[in-house]
Design a protein. Structure first.
Length: 192
């Protein structure tokens, strides 16, 4: 039996090594591509959760939210986005009101970090609002560079970095309008 096994091993003469050399690169690319796809889906879910959390939390304020309260809420971004540093994530908050039939910004605030997010598309906001009823909008974005692009060199895969972005709108719950002021008891609207 031992001799038969030894003959079988000898008869292979490197076929397994050749097969491994041909198949392993494709398996590695497939594995890391699936890892990148999974990470992309996970980050997309996290930025959606960030937008939804901030928009919903601010929409629960009575009539006025203070900028320092919004700054405190921005601290939650780091907890939601872990292990991604919150410095890599941008959150823009907007308060819209209906000026005739045009949604108009009443106030805005951002966390001052991360990539530049595009302003929300307000073309459908008029259908979500009525006169005298505000809308709180949170836009969250981050850049995502696939690991495969980093490993193989970005020039091989087109230098791809994806801007992941999510916009969530909420109506204020406790009142029809919601203002943002820079200081408690102040009248200066939030502007960044």
């Amino acid at each position: 039996m031992k001799q038969m096994f030894k003959r079988f091993l000898k008869a292979q003469s490197g076929a397994a090594a050749v097969e491994a050399v041909l198949i392993l690169p494709f398996l590695f690319i497939l594995y890391f591509s699936l890892q990148d796809f999974t990470a992309l889906v996970t980050f997309n879910r996290k930025i959606t959760l960030t937008s939804a959390t901030l928009s919903d939390t601010i929409a629960q304020y009575q009539t006025t939210v203070v900028r320092s309260d919004i700054t405190d809420m921005f601290n939650a971004v780091g907890m939601i986005m872990q292990p991604t540093p919150s410095a890599n994530v941008r959150v823009n908050l907007y308060g819209y009101y209906l000026n005739g039939t045009t949604p108009t910004i009443r106030w805005q605030a951002n966390n001052g970090s991360g990539p530049t997010c595009a302003a929300p598309d307000t073309s459908t906001y008029a259908t979500l609002m009525t006169s005298g009823n505000d809308l709180v909008v949170a836009v969250t974005c981050m850049n995502y560079t696939p690991w495969v692009a980093t490993f193989f060199g970005q020039s091989l895969v087109g230098g791809t970095t994806f801007l992941l972005s999510q916009t969530i709108a909420s109506r204020p719950r406790a009142s029809a309008t919601l203002s943002c002021v820079t200081t408690s008891g102040g009248t200066t609207a939030c502007s960044s």
